[in-house]
Design a protein around this ligand. Structure first.
Ligand code: AMP
Length: 545
């Protein structure tokens, strides 16, 4: 049986899975319902059965309390997504069911096991969100080769899709629940992220809500209804609002039939009205785009091309705004599929690179160094040869190297002029040529004879050297043990290493005795390994439909 590896776009509203076939072509695999994307909606149907996808989305109308959508917005931020049958479910567990649905459906279609995957996440996802995404994959029983940013995946697909000279592209990615703008320099050899920004609360769902508000007002004025819309009416309106929005991408006007509390109305919505009621939302995306372009300019990059990804870029208002503002006609790149396809191309590269890094005879847990990053892999996962080799899917036989940039700043709490401040060590948008970045800074101990020092690590979007302390940005804490006899101001070197997956490792050296002090990050948003294993076992007992 041919061995394939997969790319999964775990989207806020829709998910999609792709693989690279024997001819080197990235191909999306349809789900059991025959569609190329699967709604990221999970309905807990019974204690041992979960329904995922279109059926769950429809079930949301009749069973709203046991149905959850937009779970991606909770990843790494909360340990609670929904309570079912008296049990709290985490966002990782819920996302694992979405991953299982797309993976198991694809496995059936291709008559193979879907095991090795690259999963995508928005570029601005920080350590906790990326780790949560990876843990969702582990809970789903997958071997997560890597987590990569959605725009990087889209650019990888775009890069493989055609031959080209070096250019700077802006990826405008407006999905169902998130907005990402990423600027990258792209050539046949290399894809390098220049900078990225985004708003994880802005997406197609907000356009749906604007339509819902409009429909509700029109319904009230037409029928005289003066009650509250119950949950059923709201879910119904949500489905109809999204449908109307999508139809308005190809039509000038659409009718919407609404029923609530025994009343009925036919509401007409024009594209002009739709554009008017959603103009502030689009404005927010354009403002972020402006800010990213300004950062790229400072670094010496001018935009040659704008690339649209994400289902919501189908709205004509997006192209219109970009043309009006930047005088450039953006290119639409298979908005629903580009990210998953790029992820599958990356999966082939990662699998083959991991394979090459193994020593003959390696088996079980092994440490390998790939592109300057050391990682733990299970050698047994890489025994099989792939059905495709990277050279078959690249331009002129060359494989494109992906150079990512930091998507967050990482700081440590210090005393600056006797004031507690955060001092940035790694700054957002720094290039990571080897896939990772290591930065060290030396600080002095505050007092004489300290037994230890507490490192409080912050993750934020601030790009200044120092910024004010804000508890909201605490990533975690770590304790450095000290000999206990050091004078005040004794030098301590702090080293932050950010790996390819955006996960931070912290270490320190007491420079007086040269003793290495190891610090383990205890991030508040990150699930403990034992819990991940426990959920993985539990997930196996659940049937996903
Ligand atoms: P994604 O997360 O990239 O799959 O994007 C999903 C979002 O794209 C959802 O909010 C969809 O309603 C929206 N979408 C899909 N097709 C269209 C369309 N034809 N016009 C407008 N929005 C669309």
């Amino acid at each position: 049986m041919a061995k394939y590896v997969f790319g999964i776009d775990l989207g806020t509203t829709y998910s999609c899975i792709s693989y690279v076939d024997e001819t080197g072509r990235a191909t999306v695999v349809n789900n059991a319902e025959g569609t190329n994307t699967t709604p990221s909606v999970v309905n807990f149907a019974s204690p041992n059965q979960v329904v995922v996808g279109q059926v769950a989305k429809e079930n949301a109308v009749i069973d709203p309390n046991n149905t959850i959508s937009l779970v991606k917005t909770l990843m790494g931020k909360s340990d609670f997504a929904i309570n079912y049958n008296g049990e709290d479910k985490s966002p990782e567990e819920v996302s694992a069911y979405i991953l299982r649905k797309v993976a198991e459906d694809a496995g059936k279609q291709l008559d193979t096991e879907v095991k090795d995957v690259v999963i995508t996440c928005p570029a601005y996802f920080g350590t906790a969100e990326r780790t949560a995404t990876k843990n969702a994959g582990i809970i789903a029983g997958l071997n997560v080769l890597e987590i990569i940013s959605e725009p990087t995946a889209a650019a990888l697909y775009y890069g493989c899709a055609k031959e080209q000279a070096e250019k700077t592209i802006l990826v405008f990615d407006l999905g169902g629940g998130t907005f990402d703008v990423t600027i990258m320099s792209i050539s046949s050899e290399k894809i390098e992220v220049v900078c990225s920004d985004g708003n994880h609360e802005l997406g197609g769902k907000d356009w749906d809500e604007a339509v819902m508000r409009y429909l509700a007002e029109e319904f009230i004025s037409e029928t005289g209804f003066d009650g509250e819309f119950d949950e059923y009416a709201q879910q119904d309106m949500r489905l109809k609002a999204e449908k109307a929005k999508q139809q308005l991408s190809s039509r000038e006007e659409v009718p919407v039939m609404l029923d609530a509390a025994g009343l009925r109305a036919r509401i007409s919505l024009s594209r002009e009205k739709f554009d008017e009621i959603t103009s502030t939302l689009l404005g927010e995306a354009i403002d972020k785009t402006d800010a990213a372009i300004a950062i790229a300019k400072e670094k010496g990059y001018n935009i040659d091309e704008i690339l649209l990804v994400g289902g919501s870029t189908r709205m004509p208002q997006v192209t219109k705004a970009l043309v009006d503002k930047y005088g450039m006609e953006p290119k639409i790149l298979e908005p629903d599929e580009a990210v998953a396809k790029g992820a599958s191309i990356h999966a082939v590269n990662v699998y083959v690179n991991n394979q090459k890094s193994l020593e003959p005879g390696d088996s079980g847990e092994t440490t390998v160094t790939v592109g300057g990053t050391t990682k733990e892999i299970n050698a047994d996962d890489y025994k099989e040869e792939l059905a495709v080799q990277p050279e078959m899917m690249s331009i002129g036989g060359k494989t494109q190297k992906v150079v990512v940039a930091t998507t967050k700043s990482f700081a440590i709490e210090v005393l600056a002029n006797n004031q507690p401040k955060c001092c940035n060590i790694i700054i957002k948008n720094q290039a990571m040529p080897d896939g990772s970045i290591t930065v060290s800074k030396t600080f002095g101990t505050n007092e004489a004879n300290q037994d230890n020092c507490e490192l409080v690590v912050y993750e934020s979007d601030f790009m200044e050297d120092y910024f004010d302390i804000d508890e909201d940005f605490v990533l975690g804490t770590a304790t450095l043990e000290l000999p206990g006899n050091l004078p005040a101001g004794a030098p301590i070197e702090i080293t932050f290493t950010l790996n390819t997956e955006g996960i931070l490792e912290v270490s320190g050296v007491d420079k007086t005795t040269n003793r290495e002090v190891h610090a383990t990050m205890q991030s508040k948003g990150i699930m403990a390994e034992e819990k991940v294993d426990e959920l993985k076992e539990k997930s196996k007992r659940m049937v996903v439909m």
